[in-house]
Design a protein around this ligand. Structure first.
Ligand SMILES: C[S@@+](CC[C@H](N)C(=O)[O-])C[C@H]1O[C@@H](n2cnc3c(N)ncnc32)[C@H](O)[C@@H]1O
Length: 334
């Protein structure tokens, strides 16, 4: 997955594919509606944070909309491992107070945003077979990619598998220790502020249910979904749903508190997205109806509203500043 997505010059995020948007392979919330970034700016406004760090900023639209909706001047930084996307971000954010980082800062203060980033961090596939846990590996044979399975004898992946993957013959799913490590590093380096992860996924008890026995790994190519990552390697997105329990535990172990876990619909409604829509002056009725349709995609339970979750964790004064999220918090589900 790392090679298919990030190998220099060849990986999906490292080469020239259009990726996001109508002419690419998939659309994300910031691509659908500018109200998404504006709603995030509104939710975090009570923190009065000077700094925002966005991970994996895609086309830069979330940054654009967040900055446009922020009442004060922010120092906005972007860290994206895709050099190709960085160029697109620089074009859309030209003239704004944005800087691009090459590595995570040692100390982080303020707001950290990551929309659909954790699902793109390379995960492992593990299955239970013949009383053992096995890890999927990819090899080449006769010029083609093939799966091979390696029994897990020891190590943190085996420990996680024993805890999460049900011992049902053939049960296969994903574990993303690298995404957990990323969340842990961010939480460790956070001195005062909030980390906000928006993604599709579930808490552990909903993720590793017996019915979901083939896992969640999926590939996106030209707005179609399929489940064979060994085809079109480097030309398509490969992603897995996020285990939000694991992400919350990683943050808490690193000293942060869970401020809120909610569905995207609950979160955006709490952010007064509908009021912002009502207060917006559109150039025509057609524009207004189009914007409403886009908002509907973000909120509808049959589109992004329920499958996408928002996990906000924090440290220091951010915890009190974001107390308004308490009434939508569903962290008991984690
Ligand atoms: C699915 S795209 C989402 C883009 C954007 N956030 C959006 O919502 O439109 C995933 C993004 O995460 C970036 N990415 C993946 N792993 C990362 C990491 N460890 N640090 C920073 N960016 C990362 C990719 O380069 C890509 O820009």
């Amino acid at each position: 997955m790392r090679a298919a997505l990030y190998a220099p010059g060849l990986g999906y995020y490292a080469a020239g594919a259009t990726k996001l948007g109508a002419s690419g392979d998939f659309v994300t919330a910031p691509e659908i509606s500018s109200f998404f970034g504006a709603a995030l700016a509104d939710v975090f406004a009570p923190m009065n944070a000077k700094n925002v760090l966005e991970l994996g900023a895609g086309s830069g639209k979330l940054a654009r909309n967040f900055l446009d909706a922020s009442p004060d001047n922010k120092q906005y930084s972007i860290l994206d491992i895709s050099a190709d996307l960085r160029q697109r971000q620089q074009a859309i954010l030209m003239g704004s107070a944005v800087n691009w980082l090459d590595a995570l800062p040692e100390k982080i203060e303020g707001i950290v945003l990551a929309n659909e980033v954790l699902d793109a961090v390379p995960c492992e596939i593990v299955r239970f077979r013949n009383e053992h846990y096995e890890q999927a590996r990819v090899c080449t044979a006769n010029g083609a990619f093939e799966w091979m399975w390696q029994t897990l004898l020891t190590g943190s992946l085996l420990d996680a598998a024993k805890h999460r993957i049900p011992p049902i013959e053939g049960y296969t799913s994903e574990i993303n220790l690298e995404a957990e490590a990323l969340v842990a590093t961010l939480a460790e380096r956070l001195t005062d502020g909030a980390l906000c992860f928006v993604d599709y996924g579930f808490p552990q008890r909903e993720y590793y249910v017996p019915d979901r026995s083939a896992g969640t790994l999926a590939c996106h190519y030209q707005h179609r979904v399929h489940f064979d990552p060994l085809r079109l390697a480097g030309l398509q997105d490969v992603t897995a749903h996020v285990d939000f329990t694991a992400m919350a535990e990683a943050a808490v172990d690193a000293g942060a508190s869970v401020i809120c876990y909610a569905t995207q619909a609950q979160f955006l409604l709490r952010a007064n997205l509908l009021q912002r829509f009502e207060n917006t002056v559109f150039s025509s009725e057609v524009e207004r109806i189009k914007a409403l349709g886009d908002i509907q995609k973000l909120l509808s339970p049959t589109e992004m509203g329920e499958l996408f979750k928002v996990l906000t964790v924090g440290k220091g004064s951010a915890v009190d500043a974001l107390a308004h999220l308490a009434d939508i918090d569903q962290s008991y589900r984690l």
